[in-house]
Write a protein that binds this ligand. Sequence first.
Ligand code: C2E
Ligand code: MG
Ligand code: MG
Length: 649
Amino acid sequence: MTMVNKLLAQQITKATDLEGSVDLEKLYALVGAAYEDLDRDRRRTDRSMSLMIEELDAVQRNLEQTVVERTKELWAREAELQAQNLRFDAALSNMSQGLTMYDADARLVIWNRRFASMYHYNAGEIRRGMTVHEMVRLRVKNGTFIGNPDYYADTLIARIKVGQAISQFAELDDGRTIAITRQAMPGGGWVATHEDVTERRQAEMKIAHMARHDALTDLPNRVLLRERLSEALALVARGQRLAVLYLDLDQFKNVNDSLGHPTGDELLRMIAGRLRGCVRETDTISRVGGDEFFIIQTGISDATDAERLARRLADAVRVPCDLHGHVVMIDASIGIALAPTDGRDANELLKNADMAMYGAKADGRGVYRFFQANMDARMKERRTLELALRAALDGGQFELYYQPVLNLDTGAVRCCEALLRWRHPERGMVSPVEFIPVAEEIGLIVPLGEYVIRQACKDAAQWPDDICVAVNLSPTQLASKALLSVVLGALAASGLPPHRMELEITEAVLMQNSEATLRTLHQLRELGIRISMDDFGTGYSSLSYLRSFPFDKIKIDRCFIKGLGDSSEADAIVQAVAGLADSLGMTTTAEGVETHQQLDLVRTLGCTDVQGFFYSPPVPVRDLAIILAKPPAAKQSAAKQPATKVVAA
Ligand code: C2E
Ligand code: MG
Ligand code: MG
């Protein structure tokens, strides 16, 4: 039944009375009322429909507005994103660092130009999505990776997976160093930056090298020496033995003073190179000061190993050095301390090697000495000597002895050499061989030399007019600007004419080819003072020195005279020097003539004068007066026969 029928049936039921007859009026009224209700409902529905339509219209209009606005917004956002992308691309391409980004599957997502060029990837070779394995394999091909690429990539991924940030340096085959930093990303994968740090690393390495090496010789300096010594001493604790050798060049100061610092530096470089050649890779050789070197000799079996090295070092130093035409011969004194016997810690060993070196110097230079417990006492002695020496000059403890020099033709004394003596209140007479080097080292030689010059002039002024006085000059004195005025002052004060003065210099002084030195020598000679070359044949032994200055006299060192008769070599040298001197207009004095045989030989070999115990040792000034008072004839016979009692002073 439809709704309408149902309603009609209900209305009919309502209009039917109890007997079952339908009251039509009532039914019409009911139907009419129902239609009115229906109309009302329809009107109501129509109204609400039109309201809804209006509302829908409004909503649609709003929606359209929103869509337009949102679209505009989206466009703006996209444009912004595009601009941002462009900026990002530009930044990526212009970065000085290389950059890569890999995703969680270790596939390449982002890379920049700098990265590609840094590892010599070809254009188009790198593609998005390539695995890190493929990337490293490409590097093997282009020669920027050496090693197993797969192992490298596997290790890298494994480390990234545990969230490690990795910083490492990659050393490329072409010498470049790349600093790589990899940072894991939260969702997997990683970002890596690659920076070419070759120059920075080189600079850093250079600075680190400079902090541990000596600039002149490039040998390890004291800092590195100490580090290496500590390392080596750790092995000593485990039963090994080592030696510390301290090497000091003898008279290096003379080379510096006379030939100038640049030449001194060159000599040091030359010596450093030679020393380097004497040691093993595992040993350390270090320059710790001007002419001082320390050597750590590791893994030795006993003292003889150190002794052998010391000999090798000394021999290497001794080979003549040619420095711009100056042949320089130099010796080294070496002190040796052994670990663990002479010490187990660095300070003690260095100190003991140092002390042993001073022991070597005291024993005559050019030698090596092992550390001994009594050396400490000797060092103290040396300090005491220095102090005493300073006090001696003021205390009037110095005096001059004189040794006559005899002319072989006439038998007459032509000259007397002033030789300094120190009358020490406790030690008695101290030899100049012992104290002159100390005086030179502590700078006392200049005032001491001045005393000698003044005293020698004063004494010589009392001698016969034909006898001159010879005074020894040390290199430091000649380098001193005051020398000329001191000499002039001494001559003036004593009244001694300049031609009665001789100055003896050694080859060490002559190495001072500096203009100032030569000028001083020429000025002295122009005054009429004679200049002799003393101890010829020792030290630097270069005949070329004879040409650098017009000497008046050559004194042949007594080591040659000692060998006369026994060695034909010594005879030949003396004869050659005498011949050369003669041809250059110089006289030749043979030093240290002790026997009649030597006297005859030097005469035969061409020497013009002699000096030595055969005729007279150095004597105090009052004894000299007695010798000089002898008539020349007696002197001549004395020259032929040893009449004088020989007493060494
Ligand atoms: P020198 O100038 O070569 O002096 C000669 C040295 O040889 C002297 O030693 C002398 O005593 C020694 N002598 C002389 N004849 C003989 C001999 O027949 N046999 C032996 N065995 N020796 C002989 P001295 O007096 O001990 O002097 C040593 C050195 O000390 C001198 O060598 C000289 O270089 C230096 N000296 C001495 N006095 C002075 C000085 O006033 N100033 C400077 N700068 N040095 C000085
Ligand atoms: Mg002399
Ligand atoms: Mg001499």
